[in-house]
Ligand binder design. Sequence first.
Ligand code: ATP
Ligand code: MG
Length: 325
Amino acid sequence: MTSALAPDQLGPTVCVGEILVEIVATTVGDGFVEAQPLIGPFPSGAPAIFISQCGRLGGSAAMIGAVGADDFGRVNIERLKRDGVDISAISIDPDYPTGSAFVRYRGDGSRDFVYNIAKSAAARFGWSEGVRDLIGRSGHLHVMGSALSVPSACEVIDKAVDIVKARGGTLSVDPNIRKELKLDEDTERRFARLVAAADLLLPSGEELERAAGVEGEANAIRRLFDMGVKEIVLKRGADGATYFNCKSERIDAPAFIVKEIDPTGAGDCFGGAYLTCRRLGMSAEDALTYAAAAGARNVTVVGPMEGAGTRAELDAFIATTARHS
Ligand code: ATP
Ligand code: MG
C-alpha cells in the first residue's frame, strides 16, 4: 500500500491554530462552581499536540500560531523547540495573554472545559512574511477542525492549502469538533471544502458521519472516497482504530492495553504519529502500530502532550505492552 502523502523530504508538516496552556483538575466532581485542586500549566492546543508528536517522532515539523509574552507562552515555545518543531512562524503577541483551557472530569468520565481562546493571543496571528516563507517550503498541511473557529487560522489555512498542494504537498484533516466549539455557516462550508480536499482524514467516532454528511459508517466511508479523500483512519478510543483506502482495503488496529489516566490528546498524538510515519515511508500497517502506541502512551500521563513519545519510547512501549484482540 503506497502512501497518498507527500514524503518528508518535500518539506515540513505544518499545523496551524490554537496554542494553549491546559490546567487540569486533579479531582473528579462539580468544579469549577466549587474550588477544586489543579495542576498545570501544560503545553496544549490540539494543533500544538499534533505537531509536538510529529517532531518527537523525527518528522520534519513546523507550527503556525501565537502566544502571549508571558510564561504560559514560554512553556509552549520551549516544549515545541525541544521536540524539534520549527517555531519560526509562531508569533508573540505583546498585548494579549496566551490562550488557556481549564478542564475538569465529571463523575461520568466526561470532560468539561473553560476556554480562553478567542480573546487571547492564540487567535491573534495571520498571513505574515514568516508564515508565507514557511508555507512556501512545506510538504504537508494538517488542519484541526478546532482551529476553524479561529478566524486568523482560517485566513492562513485558506491560502496555505493551495500553495502546499501546488508544490506537490498533501493535506490531512482531523474534524475534531467539540460541542463547545460552535461552527457558523461560513466555517461549516470551509470545513466541507477541506474534507473534500483531504488526502488523509482522521475522524474519531461520530465525526466520520459528520464529515461525510451521511449516516452509517460504511456509507460515510464510501461517500468520503467519492468526494476524493485518499485514506481514512477512524479512531475509536480504547476500541482501537481502522484504516480504509479507496481500493476497499481495510486494516484494524487493536488498542494497546493501558490504564487511562488522562484521555486528552490521544487523538492528536495518534494522528501526528500516523501522519509522520507515513511521510517517513512506512506502510499503513506499521504507521497504525506507532499511532496506536502514541495514543495509548499519551493517556497514561496527566497533561495533554506529556505522553507524546519519541521513536525509541514508542518502540519500547510496543515491545512491552499487550494489545486487545
Ligand atoms: P481527542 O480527545 O484527543 O480528540 P480522539 O477522540 O480524536 O481524541 P481517540 O479515539 O480517543 O481520539 O484516541 C485515538 C487513538 O488513541 C485510539 O484510536 C487508540 O488507538 C488510542 N487510545 C485512545 N484512548 C485509549 C485507551 N484508553 N487505551 C488504549 N488506547 C487508546
Ligand atoms: Mg479528536
